[in-house]
Write a protein that binds this ligand. Structure first.
Ligand code: NAP
Length: 280
């Protein structure tokens, strides 16, 4: 029941109506019997400063940020966590007493998703595809775990800047032949490009799946659909596969924990996200 005690949280984005976060967080609040609500706010870029001032004025307990606000919000905050400072992108706002802090839960969410699938990437050699916002969080996470990271992206310039920022082993063209040698020595592959995402689910990044060692794992951050063509090809070769649901759920769980101070009901978050993805 929404009443005078209801605690408000939400997500700011533009557009935002596709977001799975309201379904996930509201299911979690209900499951824990919390009088909290999570709403989606469509905030145009030129209204972001007003929205953050509104959060301060209204005492909104926590917010997520999605495209295009993840970097633009930084000057409006009182502090950043280490992850947000290094990635230069914020997806979660929480209060530390009176201070409004920006965090990035994608990094830890990605690692938790790997651990949950039985993968510990510490010290491994990983081929990361992509150089956008998701790739930044993934590369930072892997470098924190002492991984040797090779980066492949359509735009070489963008990949080189990311590789320089986080000390990657090298940059490769996003082409099948160019990736073969690296793939042969990789412990894992992470697709952080949008190749394979609806409405282009028939596309896939040019990973030479046959060249990967039999012990390799393949992770795809795309979650619409969950079984991308890349994951289908990896599964057909008998490789361990990790879909994008785990990272989605765990970045949300970490935000939930920041706001409520309670462990998140991860299974409930996953069930709600899965239902939304499958259109139930
Ligand atoms: P982004 O910042 O826009 O980056 C997009 C990336 O995809 C860039 O590396 C881009 O290459 C590449 N790309 C796009 N179209 C391409 C094409 N036709 N051919 C080759 N490369 C192409 O997006 P993002 O935020 O990093 O998100 C990337 C993907 O990860 C999306 O599918 C998103 O849904 C998913 N994601 C999932 C989670 C999760 O929790 N599971 C979290 C974040 C993101 P260029 O640099 O050359 O343009």
């Amino acid at each position: 029941m929404i009443d005078a005690h209801t605690v408000l949280t939400g997500v700011l984005g533009y557009p935002v109506r596709h977001s799975l976060s309201p379904a996930m967080h509201n299911a979690a609040f209900r499951a824990l019997g919390l009088n909290w609500v999570y709403l989606a706010f469509e905030v145009a870029p030129d209204r972001l400063a007003q929205a953050i001032a509104g959060m301060r004025g209204l005492g909104i307990r926590g917010l997520n940020l999605t495209i295009p606000h993840k970097e633009a919000v930084i000057p409006l905050l009182d502090g950043l966590t280490d992850a947000a400072r290094h990635i230069r992108a914020v997806n979660t706002l929480f209060w530390d007493s009176e201070r409004l802090i920006g965090d990035n839960t994608d990094t830890e969410g990605f690692l938790r998703a790997l651990y949950e699938s039985g993968v510990n990437p510490a010290g491994q050699t990983v081929l990361v595809l992509g150089a956008g916002g998701a790739a930044r969080a993934v590369v930072y996470a892997l470098r924190q775990q002492g991984c040797t990271v090779w980066l492949a992206n359509r735009s070489q310039e963008r990949a080189q800047a990311l590789a320089d920022a986080f000390g990657c082993a090298g940059v490769l063209p996003l082409e099948r032949d160019a990736l073969a040698e690296c793939a042969a020595h990789a412990d894992g592959v992470v697709n952080c490009t949008s190749l394979g995402m609806e409405p282009h689910a028939d596309t896939m990044p040019p990973v030479p799946v046959d060249a990967l060692p039999a012990s390799a794992w393949v992770c795809d951050l795309v979650y619409r659909p969950l079984q991308t063509r890349l994951l289908q090809a990896a599964a057909a070769r008998g490789l361990k596969t990790i879909d994008g649901l785990g990272m989605l759920v765990h970045q949300g769980a970490l935000a939930f924990e920041r706001w409520t101070g309670s462990p998140a009901p991860v299974a409930i978050l996953a069930q709600a996200a899965r239902a939304q993805i499958s259109g139930q």
